[in-house]
Design a protein around this ligand. Sequence first.
Ligand code: AMP
Ligand code: ZN
Length: 489
Amino acid sequence: MNRFPFFLFDSAENKKVEFLPENPDRVKIYSCGPTVYNYSHIGNLRSYIFVDVLRRSLKILGYSMDQTMNITDIDDKIIRESISRSVTIEEFTKPWTEAFFQDLQKLNIEKLEHYPIATESVDEMVGLVEKLNANGYTYEKEGNVYFSIDKLSSYGSLSKIDTSGIISGARYDADEYEKDNVRDFVLWKAPKEDGEKSWKTKIGLGRPGWHLECSAMIRQIYSSGVDIHTGGVDLLFPHHENEKAQSEAAYPNEKFVKYWMHCEHLLVDGQKMSKSKGNFFVLGDILEKGYDWKQIRYVLLSFHYRTKLNFSFERLNEAKLSIQKIQNSFNRISDKLNAQDIAFLNFPSSSDEIIDLRPNGFAKEYFLIFINAISDDLNIPKAIASIFDTIKLFNSSLDRSSLHKEDLLDCLKYFYQINLLLGLLEFKSTSEGSIGISENEIQFLIDERIKAKKNKDFQRADSIRDELKAKGIQLEDSKDGSVKWKRME
Ligand code: AMP
Ligand code: ZN
């Protein structure tokens, strides 16, 4: 058996349960992504790092992933801002969407399989409203279509809100509201007269409510439900409760989400970091102060996702030392081997290759301790503590010169595996300097080049090809528009 079991804390069940996906060779995960009207703050980035940790951990455990994060580009704030600047939604959101992807790349967050955009999914949303109309869950008031929550007996079961005081027919048009205001929520909004963008659709002119977007995008990508749905704890109510209600009411015979996972907040001085409070840092602010991306990635990933993380610059300083310790231990071991011996560390990390590169000798027992920690609801603090115990042991074995070549190679496999999670180590070859660029960075650049070509920016496309060539990566364009790459000998 090549796959390790995984246990996760399911917010719906309110307890730890064993993860049993429909198909372990295609684990379907949907994560609520950014509303693209500004830079992401590092609280938002914590929730994206959580998605990255979940993805990377499941890959190490032997699962294959099919993941989605949506881009919300239809939202009250976006519409307001684009009207006040006299630009289209697309013109307003494009730079913020690009900034979001750049942040992911800077933090070495792996690219997911799908990033659907709300404005490109309106047909799906309309289809969902039609389905809800047909199933008798909606009503219309002044051109808006609302979801009638008292028609669905399971409403409230995810967030455990008290539904006893529901006032039938009390409504909310806003996308966000508090727990003590359980109301019917808007699915489809009638056009306003202030120039607000509307879509001409089968159910009339108008625009979707925010909650509808995610339900529709899940349907669009997967044609049914998902194994895991994630988001920050602030999304549990009303957003996820409403998503669940819409999807289950529209498709009562299907499972919408098997497991729900929620990431706790990042705080500053004990308060949730948020744009509305004005107490936020964006990635650029911290990089400008001279900290590097690795320190930020380390801090964001090293706390358990279900605990609040109080952000401080002190923590970034500590992170630098921690990363250095792990890197030094790796360097000591790789220095005893030649470039040929360690070239395997640079393999692209497909699931089979990840499994082939599991330690199976000297380092196996330490690898299994690491695996136990991540399989237990992503206990990264415990996994990191085990890494420090292990490198202490590696270092003392090196001091005694008691490691043979086979043992050293097994230790390198250990570093390969832990770095699949950490994404922080540099695997240097002894004779050639850095082996180079990660698979993740290559994929980002290839996507950038495809985008540049689409926009007829051939100069940019060529310069990306040259940049990759300089790093030893050769591209092969195929007729269907896809791009293959290989490392040059
Ligand atoms: P938004 O762009 O506001 O829709 O948020 C994107 C993601 O960031 C959502 O999953 C939020 O739950 C999450 N989020 C927002 N603020 C924080 C915070 N301070 N700490 C952690 N996650 C957050
Ligand atoms: Zn969502």
